[in-house]
Write a protein that binds this ligand. Structure first.
Ligand SMILES: NC(=O)c1ccc[n+]([C@@H]2O[C@H](COP(=O)([O-])OP(=O)(O)OC[C@H]3O[C@@H](n4cnc5c(N)ncnc54)[C@H](O)[C@@H]3O)[C@@H](O)[C@H]2O)c1
Length: 362
């Protein structure tokens, strides 16, 4: 990537604590300079097995410098579980991790969520650092302090708010990311752009960001997206109001994921959700040109899957969304591009019309 790019550091001031986020290309090599490593008595890194295989030399070199021990993690959604965590708690105890120790999670959102959950629970909470290695984990999962694991009854049911002390966003890791994982991250970055990250929206509209291309525009897009989410979380860390705007596309998206038994990627499901919820927004007053622009973006980045579903199945699943209040389906809608509104009720007939629109469009 362009050698002009160094790194930038942002300090997010949340109500519970502050998080220092450094973004750059190749910065993981300088981990020893980025972390005050001598303040922790034991440092352990939980590393996605796949990421370790692909980036072993870099990871070993940097972790050796801060004297961190390594524990591998088979980062499937199945293993992001309450049951699987117990082995890791035992590992921490056997290796003398104390309340003054640090865990570093290196991998995608599954790994950062899992490591965050371990850190938030072990001895009532220890420090944690994230090194996100997927686009989705960089712009979304690693930011904001939500940590969770799955139980048989559902995804992300057991968890806490536990902010990472440091986040090292090194776009160098993206050079090995498969296309489908780029699409998942792109979907969330585009979501941020639509609901208010106007700098990234410009980059997307000019088609300066493309899948698989780790260039300067991508760096700026990641930085903008991280800043956008961190800023929202600074205003409402515990999701009492404004943080809910980040759920744009997710009311329909979660139902789609569930109806398709998680065979679609989260990014695809959220993209369907964004299209359907933007259609509803247009019918409830958003300018049509904004809708056309959102549709064009989602089509350009090939985020909309060619799927077929029963609209009533989707609506049934939406009733069970954990964000609903007393069974009322609530949406994040757009008054216009960059202006989301939360907690909107939508007539059932309009939800059906919007879902049918999707079916005829793809
Ligand atoms: N905490 C939050 O606020 C939040 C927000 C969004 C999503 N999430 C969670 O994030 C998870 C999804 O995260 P994800 O999309 O990053 O998926 P993931 O962690 O499963 O990673 C996707 C795949 O990419 C591989 N991978 C990771 N980095 C790589 C790299 N640099 N090169 C090659 N392969 C690489 C992984 O091994 C995995 O196979 C879900 O569990 C979701 O619930 C959490």
């Amino acid at each position: 990537m362009d050698s002009k790019i160094n790194s930038e550091t942002i300090v997010a001031h949340y109500s519970s604590k502050q998080s220092t986020i450094t973004i750059g290309h190749g910065i993981f090599n300088f981990l020893v300079c980025l972390l005050p490593y001598s303040k922790w008595d034991v440092i352990g890194a939980i590393i996605s097995d796949r990421v370790y295989l692909l980036h072993r030399q870099t990871i070993d070199d940097s972790l050796q410098e801060i004297n961190a021990c390594i524990k591998g993690y088979d980062d499937t959604e199945y293993n992001k579980s309450y049951a699987y965590a117990e082995n890791y708690f035992n590992y921490l105890l056997h290796n003398q991790f104390s309340r003054k120790s640090l865990l570093i999670g290196i991998g995608g959102g599954v790994t950062t969520d899992f490591t965050g959950y371990l850190a938030s629970s072990y001895m009532r909470g220890i420090d944690v650092v994230y090194v996100p290695t997927t686009l989705l984990a960089m712009v979304d999962a690693s930011i904001g302090g939500k940590v969770a694991v799955n139980i048989e009854a559902g995804k992300n049911i057991i968890g806490h708010f536990h902010q990472p002390d440091y986040i090292i966003v090194d776009t160098g890791f993206l050079t090995t990311l498969p296309v489908e994982e780029w699409q998942c991250g792109m979907s969330e970055a585009i979501k941020h752009a639509i609901i208010g990250d106007s700098s990234s929206l410009n980059l997307f509209l000019k088609r300066e960001v493309s899948i698989g291309n780790v260039n300067e525009s991508l760096y700026h897009c990641v930085k903008n997206s991280v800043c956008f989410k961190a800023n929202i979380v600074e205003q409402d860390e515990f999701e009492k109001n404004i943080r809910s705007i980040l759920n744009y596309g997710h009311t329909v998206g979660h139902a789609i994921e569930s109806v398709f038994h998680y065979t679609l990627s989260h990014g695809e499901a959220v993209a369907v959700g964004m299209l359907v919820e933007s259609y509803i927004s247009m019918k409830m007053g958003m300018p049509q040109e904004d809708f056309e622009l959102i549709k064009e973006l989602l089509l350009y980045y090939k985020l909309l899957p060619n799927i077929s579903f029963s609209t009533s199945d989707i609506i049934d699943h939406m009733q069970y969304d954990k964000k609903n209040i007393k069974g009322t389906i609530l949406f994040v809608l757009l008054e216009k591009l960059g202006k989301p509104v939360i907690g909107k009720e939508v007539p059932g007939t309009l939800i059906t019309e919007a879902l049918n629109y999707y079916l005829t469009m793809v």
